[in-house]
Design a binder for this molecule. Sequence first.
Ligand code: NAP
Length: 256
Amino acid sequence: MAAPARRVALVTGGGRGIGREIALALARDGLDVAVGARTREQVEDVAAAARVLGGRALALELDVTDLEGIRRAVARTETALGPVDVLVNNAGIAEAAPFLKTDPDLWDRHLRVNATGPFLLTRAVLAGMLERRWGRVINIASLVGLYGAPYVTAYTASKHALVGLTRALALEVAARGVTVNAICPGYVATDLVWSAARNIEAKTGRSFDEAVASLARINPGGRLIEPAEVAAVALKLVWDDATNGEAIVLDGSAPA
Ligand code: NAP
């Protein structure tokens, strides 16, 4: 009997932080993974680490705002690994600014990377998933996809858009073998938080450590979330047929 086909995942923003952790968790669990982001050395490094875990892996130089680049990345993944069964829309940016300093460029950048990027990626792989009657779209949103927060209007709006996409599409594909869910973490220990802390340090004169601690305290659980905790939820969603259209909150309330 032929061996069952291995599932293939495409993880955007997989070069570092949460995306890196998700790509490696999927590889550890037996999926083949394509890892896409703009920084070539980082995606190559993650693909190499995924291969060490025993699967096939592909590094993709990918900008999620570039439609042609997305088409090429999906085509390369299909040729090298097979059709995409699991799409993890993780690539994201977060820049804080008071509303009156949120210029149209900053606004557009957040919408294009955090909301339109996942829309374009999902459009590029969804038809195949529906045809094969199996697929997972996992969107890495944020707690601010569900609630408001000051000084991050553009980021908050982009993550609300991503949660809205998740909920609407989930209903459209329900009962056709494809699930669409969002994971909504609070502050996670990655570069994104270190750079937010440096920003606070520069603007308020507080120390870097104090700034990190102040962000950790905003999480309902009072601590930073580890990227591995986000990866564990993503992995559960891969093997769960029944969860669809959820925006799963990860707020650091579980013991570390
Ligand atoms: P990170 O360490 O800064 O990683 C972000 C990843 O996204 C990088 O691999 C980056 O790679 C990639 N990326 C950024 N712009 C891209 C673009 N235009 N095209 C392709 N890739 C792009 O941040 P992270 O904390 O792991 O964030 C991952 C996701 O989690 C984001 O969507 C973020 O909004 C979300 N999230 C983070 C937190 C947190 O506190 N850290 C909380 C809630 C949600 P390149 O720069 O090389 O392209």
